[in-house]
Design a protein. Sequence first.
Length: 72
Amino acid sequence: MNLEIARTLFLLAALATATAAAAAWEEPRPGVISASSHCPLPRVVKPQVDVKPDHDLLLFLFGMSQGLRAQG
Protein backbone atom coordinates (compact mmCIF):
# COMPACT_ATOMS: atom_id res chain seq x y z
CA MET A 1 0.00 0.00 0.00
CA ASN A 2 2.89 2.37 0.67
CA LEU A 3 4.11 2.03 -2.93
CA GLU A 4 0.72 3.10 -4.26
CA ILE A 5 0.67 6.15 -1.95
CA ALA A 6 4.21 7.14 -2.97
CA ARG A 7 3.32 6.72 -6.65
CA THR A 8 0.20 8.86 -6.21
CA LEU A 9 2.14 11.60 -4.38
CA PHE A 10 4.80 11.58 -7.11
CA LEU A 11 2.10 11.87 -9.78
CA LEU A 12 0.47 14.78 -7.94
CA ALA A 13 3.84 16.53 -7.55
CA ALA A 14 4.57 16.08 -11.26
CA LEU A 15 1.16 17.44 -12.21
CA ALA A 16 1.59 20.41 -9.87
CA THR A 17 5.00 21.17 -11.39
CA ALA A 18 3.60 20.94 -14.92
CA THR A 19 0.68 23.19 -13.97
CA ALA A 20 3.00 25.79 -12.44
CA ALA A 21 5.24 25.69 -15.52
CA ALA A 22 2.25 26.13 -17.84
CA ALA A 23 0.97 29.06 -15.78
CA ALA A 24 4.38 30.76 -15.82
CA TRP A 25 4.86 30.26 -19.58
CA GLU A 26 4.93 33.64 -21.28
CA GLU A 27 5.01 33.91 -25.05
CA PRO A 28 5.12 37.22 -26.87
CA ARG A 29 1.99 38.00 -28.81
CA PRO A 30 2.18 39.19 -32.40
CA GLY A 31 1.72 42.92 -32.65
CA VAL A 32 2.61 46.01 -34.62
CA ILE A 33 5.78 47.80 -33.56
CA SER A 34 5.58 51.56 -33.65
CA ALA A 35 8.15 52.92 -36.08
CA SER A 36 8.43 56.30 -34.36
CA SER A 37 10.32 54.92 -31.37
CA HIS A 38 12.44 52.46 -33.34
CA CYS A 39 14.80 53.94 -35.90
CA PRO A 40 17.85 51.73 -36.60
CA LEU A 41 20.55 54.09 -37.83
CA PRO A 42 24.27 53.49 -37.69
CA ARG A 43 26.05 55.49 -35.01
CA VAL A 44 28.76 56.73 -37.34
CA VAL A 45 27.93 57.20 -40.99
CA LYS A 46 31.08 56.71 -43.01
CA PRO A 47 31.36 58.93 -46.08
CA GLN A 48 31.51 57.14 -49.39
CA VAL A 49 34.87 57.61 -51.09
CA ASP A 50 35.00 57.43 -54.86
CA VAL A 51 37.44 54.78 -55.97
CA LYS A 52 39.86 56.02 -58.59
CA PRO A 53 41.71 53.48 -60.73
CA ASP A 54 45.44 53.23 -60.22
CA HIS A 55 46.89 53.91 -63.68
CA ASP A 56 50.28 52.49 -62.73
CA LEU A 57 48.68 49.19 -61.82
CA LEU A 58 46.70 49.16 -65.07
CA LEU A 59 49.89 49.85 -67.03
CA PHE A 60 51.70 47.08 -65.17
CA LEU A 61 48.93 44.59 -65.92
CA PHE A 62 48.89 45.62 -69.59
CA GLY A 63 52.67 45.18 -69.82
CA MET A 64 52.48 41.76 -68.16
CA SER A 65 49.78 40.61 -70.56
CA GLN A 66 51.84 41.83 -73.53
CA GLY A 67 54.88 39.96 -72.25
CA LEU A 68 52.95 36.69 -72.10
CA ARG A 69 52.37 36.67 -75.87
CA ALA A 70 54.41 34.32 -77.99
CA GLN A 71 57.19 36.11 -79.82
CA GLY A 72 57.15 35.36 -83.47
